[in-house]
Design a protein around this ligand. Structure first.
Ligand code: AP5
Length: 213
């Protein structure tokens, strides 16, 4: 499996990537997770990225392209699930070049479709594990013990960019800078639209059906 999971903030890219990774053995590559790790470790990249992320702005292309290329080089034979990359046409073009070099062309770009009202509700109620990154939701996917990760036992946190002002900005940035990437992939015949509202397992099955065609 060599796919991009595409969609606005809160559409379920991270949630679905986790399930697809389990089902297929493909590597999960999230530029958001890699950037949050860099911020937590106070690396040069992390220090540069933090202010963009807190405001809900995109981190500069050169930074995220370098991260994605490095992760892609170490993927094995089961392929990859890109989550949150590419987010600009320049990133999509750089991805094409990188994958051509690795002889691992993209097979599908899965666009997770969710309306804005649902996105805001998902993001404002989201909590994530401070250690393994597993996403939860205070209503729809609560952990067994309050604020404790079911998978690794670490504490759950409320992301800084899941506060109301940053959420509004992220949705706006998605519409102006990221949505145009859909046209890029439609022209290549790679785009698969999937309705991403409803049960999490049902959506995973819809994605698997869409990429089997
Ligand atoms: P990133 O971490 O990629 O954030 P995002 O794209 O905004 O996506 P999210 O993680 O918010 O949402 P998601 O679609 O993964 O949904 P999730 O599964 O968590 O990026 C963060 C920042 O890093 C960016 O703003 C930017 O600054 C920077 N960045 C990253 N990549 C970049 C790039 N390529 N270029 C430039 N900058 C970059 O689900 C959300 C919630 O909904 C959870 O609570 C979940 O439990 C719940 N949920 C999931 N599915 C369902 C369902 N079916 N029903 C009900 N609830 C559900």
């Amino acid at each position: 499996m060599r796919i991009v999971l595409f969609g606005p903030p809160g559409s379920g890219k991270g949630t679905q990537a986790g399930i697809l990774k389990q089902k297929t053995g493909a590597a999960h590559i999230s530029t958001g997770d890699a950037l949050r790790e860099a911020v937590a470790n106070k690396t040069k990249v992390g220090l540069e990225a933090k202010s963009f992320m807190d405001r809900g702005e995109l981190v500069p292309d050169s930074v995220v392209i370098a991260i994605a290329e490095q992760k892609l080089r170490s993927t094995g034979d089961n392929g990859f699930i890109l989550d949150g990359f590419p987010r600009t046409v320049a990133q999509a073009e750089a991805l094409d070049v990188a994958l051509r070099g690795l002889n691992k062309p993209l097979e599908h770009v899965v666009n997770l479709k969710v309306d804005d009202e649902e996105l805001i509700s998902r993001l404002s109620g989201r909590r994530v594990c401070s250690s393994c990154g597993e996403p939860y939701h205070v209503h729809t996917k609560a952990p067994a013990r309050e604020n404790v990760c079911d998978k690794c036992g670490a504490a759950l946190v409320h992301r800084d960019d899941d506060k109301p002002d940053a959420i509004r900005n992220r949705l706006q940035v998605y519409k102006t800078q990221t949505e145009p990437v859909l046209g890029y992939y439609e022209a290549q015949g790679l785009l698969r639209n999937v309705e991403a509202v409803g049960g999490i397992e049902d959506i995973a099955n819809r994605i698997l059906e869409a990429v089997a065609k």
